[in-house]
Design a protein around this ligand. Structure first.
Ligand SMILES: Nc1ncnc2c1ncn2[C@@H]1O[C@H](COP(=O)(O)OP(=O)(O)OP(=O)(O)O)[C@@H](O)[C@H]1O
Ligand SMILES: [Mg+2]
Length: 506
């Protein structure tokens, strides 16, 4: 038995106008946790899809478990012993949780599907990772994080020798991520290999033994994680240095008098209990808090997705009622959602149509047609500014890499020239280089007087960018930090200080 579980030799893959993989060769050892790193569009997911038989390769060879393989479908690769969690979850939303875990391999007795066994087993597997769920519930009714955990359980349920995880943590919080890492460690003890993809560098150094880097579809090298610094890794991926310094503005002085927007004693269902905050013109205000603390729900009140049960919103000095997103858009409020798949992209439309979506009224000419030239111009400007990797503005957005889809969404809202832009996890799935570009852009917007409300689970991101920060816990704002007082430790401490109610937080 060779020491490598998988050997990739000169793998090539082209799409129209794109060389996604250009002679990629590297090996993965048995039992290791091997990171696959690279910028958005570097070719990581394409490689995953070739290994798992979703795409056919144009050239090259794959040796898996000492045998040359050429899987033509996910089913074939799983029979070889390869299992995967895909970046775009390929779950069946209208089936139950347990059906999703066993799909395609339902246990049978005398030709009859053993439903009781399926439900019991599913329940057992989920409770082993600390999840107590109604396994008969439709998957679609569950949060993205739960769906992701179900995908993980399904992947480890197949007796695979190699499990490939494409950004499994992007919708998980710290606690869920730790659970996943515990699972990966257990797999490792059984000599099962994991290929792990993430844009969160800390995770790579926490869980991975080895790191392979792709850049623009080419293989850059394989390194021992313990011998690599974060700084070196970023340089290998991006090919340049990345600014990760904190933005400092003397906040009291530099903002114009008065507030653009105030929300007072807001109440919404049992998620928002009593939230008040205000945003100055040109200010970057952060909302910090745990998952489920009411950050997103509060922000949605400002965009008319949720309507106040009680409380008031003042905007440009007036008491306003925001009943629908249309009311908000009319007032130049933009909202870039954390959930690009559900609330965001329209897969079969082009990149430019996805960008122009909210501006169609403005792009209409006198005859009622769409000004196509202007539409392309706007789209191309943002493709350049945000470095969106696509062969052209006409490409269907579903063909872009995950991170590049996220950038298109951001472009859609930025080009509406908002007065207030709400960013909910704006850099989820975005690589370090692009992240710093996007942050720069956000700073420029703030300099132009646009107010920004930013939600992020990455405290570092809030600390780097926000002028002021509101800490939210269980539907109430419990602290406000300003300028120099914004530190990760202080935020964590504020959240913990109020941790005396004994309620669950999830
Ligand atoms: N089905 C497809 N049709 C056309 N082009 C595609 C298709 N799938 C991927 N591409 C292109 O191939 C390149 C590599 O994409 P891939 O999804 O592998 O990147 P990635 O490294 O996974 O990026 P991310 O970190 O953003 O997920 C990109 O330029 C992408 O636009
Ligand atoms: Mg990808």
């Amino acid at each position: 038995m060779g020491s490598n579980i998988i050997e990739l030799k000169n793998i090539c893959k082209n799409f129209p106008g794109v060389v996604a993989l250009d002679n990629v060769s590297f090996n993965v050892k048995r039992g290791e946790v091997h990171a696959l790193m690279g910028e958005n569009g570097a070719g990581k997911s394409t490689l995953v899809k070739i290994i798992t038989g979703v795409y056919e390769r144009d050239g090259g060879e794959i040796i898996f478990d000492d045998r040359a393989i050429c899987p033509k479908s996910v089913h074939e690769s799983s029979q070889e012993g390869i299992s995967a969690i895909f970046q775009e979850l390929n779950m069946v939303p209208h089936l139950s949780i347990s059906e999703n875990i066993f799909v395609g391999q339902y246990p049978k007795k005398n030709g009859v599907i053993q439903w009781q066994v399926i439900h019991d087993e599913a329940r057992k597997m989920l409770s082993e990772i600390g999840l107590k769920l109604d396994v008969k519930a439709e998957l679609a009714t569950q949060s993205t994080a739960i769906q992701q955990m179900v995908a993980i359980v399904r992947a480890i349920n197949t007796n695979a020798k190699l499990i490939v995880m494409d950004e499994p943590t992007s919708s998980l919080d710290t606690q869920e991520t730790n659970t996943l890492f515990e699972i990966i460690r257990q797999l490792k003890e059984k000599n099962i290999t994991t290929i792990f993809i993430s844009h969160r560098l800390d995770e790579i150094f926490e869980i991975c033994d080895t790191v392979s880097v792709l850049k623009d579809g080419r293989y850059e090298g394989t390194y021992e994680a313990a011998k690599l610094t974060k700084y070196e890794l970023v340089k290998k991926m991006v090919g340049r240095e990345v600014n990760q310094k904190r933005r400092i503005v003397e906040c009291e002085k530099s903002f114009e008098e008065g507030y653009l927007c105030e929300i007072l004693h807001a109440k919404w269902k049992n998620k928002v209990k009593d939230i008040s905050f205000s945003i100055r013109k040109g200010e970057i205000l952060g909302l910090a808090g745990l998952l489920g603390s009411g950050r997103t729900e509060s922000a949605k009140l400002l965009f008319g997705c949720n309507t106040l049960d009680d409380g008031e919103i003042f905007y440009e000095g007036k008491n306003v009622k925001l009943k629908t997103p249309r009311d908000a858009v009319k007032r130049k409020i933009a909202f870039c959602s954390e959930n690009r798949r559900v609330e965001g992209i329209i897969p079969n439309l082009s990149v430019e149509d996805n960008i122009a979506l909210v501006h169609l009224p403005e792009l209409s000419n006198v005859l009622g047609g769409i000004d196509k030239k202007k539409k392309s111009e706007i789209a191309n400007k943002y493709i350049d500014e945000l470095m969106i990797k696509t062969p052209s503005a006409k490409q269907k957005i579903k063909n872009l890499s995950g991170g590049n889809q996220q950038k298109v969404l951001l472009a859609r809202w930025l080009c509406m020239q908002p007065k207030l832009i709400i960013l909910d996890e704006p850099t989820r799935g975005i690589d370090v280089g692009a992240k710093s570009e996007i942050e720069k852009l956000i700073h420029q917007f703030s300099e132009q007087g646009i107010s920004v409300l930013m939600i992020s689970s990455e405290l570092e991101e809030l600390v780097r960018n926000c002028d002021r920060l509101i800490v939210i816990r269980e539907g109430e704002n419990i602290a406000e930090l300003c300028g120099e007082d914004i530190h990760e430790e202080t935020i964590i401490q504020k959240i913990a200080e109020h941790h005396n109610t004994g309620e669950g937080i999830n």
